[in-house]
Design a protein around this ligand. Sequence first.
Ligand code: ZN
Length: 465
Amino acid sequence: MSSGDDSYLRDRALDVLLDPGLAHVVDLVCWVEKGLVHVADSKGHVALRATGECTLLAGRDPIVEQDPMSDSTSCYPFAAQRLHSLFADQRAPDLAVVHTGAHCWPERGGHPGEHGSLNAVQSRAPLILSGPGVEARGVVERVARVVDVGATLAHLAGASYDGMDGAPLPDAVPSAAHVVGLLWDGAQCADLLALEAAGELPAVSRLLRRGCAFRGGAIAEFPSVTLVNHTSALTGVGPGRHGIVNNAFYDRVLGQQVVPNSSDTWHSAMQWLRPGVTTVFERLPAGLRSACVNEPVDVGATYSTFGLIRETGAAGNLGPHLPVAADDPHATQEFVATDKDYAWGTQVDAAGLDQMLSLWREDVPPRLTWCNTTLTDSGHHAGGPGSDIARSSMRDADRRLGVWLDLVEERGLLDDTVVLLTADHGSEAADPSCTGDWDEALRKARVPFRDEAYGFLYLGHDVVS
Ligand SMILES: [Zn+2]
């Protein structure tokens, strides 16, 4: 958008987006003006400094509730820091439209369970730390952020976390020979802890017996979507610094749409990292081995699944090379048979377990291992948190975790291994009766725009995606 048109186009778009008639689907609209982040809904408007200082400009404050321990769908933890982080990159949109938690949009690719919002429910990932140096305290009343994951892994592995936005968890004592980060994509914090407490995630219980879980989990960067937060977890910086601002975005300098988060582009997603941003793998002291399993944010890892995919050119045709889901003893076969994403996630995670076992059967396992579990995201999208399919995806992931933990225990390495289990975002159930579309309203009002990843509006473009 050229600067002369800024306020005119933005005001026209805001008139449409903040109309009370769209309030059931538009939770918030956020933008930057003169260095301040503005946040508005149909009933109020505030301006935020990065320090959190907030000026009320109209009506009532739409993000007044920010208690990071609250599980209210209208609570927005760390709102100022997270929004300022996003808008620091020029790839950020002119207007970020935040869906209400209830908004149901299957016609645009939405699912019964969704995430992406600034709210606490969709932003809260689980966070468990286990192993030597960690006091066994069960569930503790604490909260961290996804950017703290990178700092914690670096600190535990003896690497520097200088320059990261996050900080190591106070419980992380760098004494273990091996550091393992596990990401259960989309696993909802509250439901994971509830299932564990009910005895249904025995491998997670094994971790908890040697550590602690934060009830407030780790709060994702905004938007609370996959690649933004995988990248934040493994670089320790927010999207305004690492540059992966959404699963799809528009790069104004290149004049092109960028879609780094798809099965066809994951292996090459890191080409979009901003210069100077380093992963935890790159920060490891020279000569130490690292492994990055089923994870696109792999720069500098000694072993990388996606590195192998890049070398062999197998991207886009991996299915025949993966284990068969119907034969998987750890899978809930009812959902393998009925949900193709569940079947695919099962294949990918079975291959992940195979890689974890062979890496950990080596004479000396890697100093730093990271493993991404994808099935949990499929399960939560398919049914929403607490659904049978979401819970089955966590039980399956737990069985695979148990197999790897058995190997660690057999080899006598439990006391040398610290494990961090987290996710990239939370999950919230949509309300099937809550439908609507702001793009249609903008088109009717003749506002020129493009909408990337359904919520990132770039004004002044006539292309609507
Ligand atoms: Zn995800």
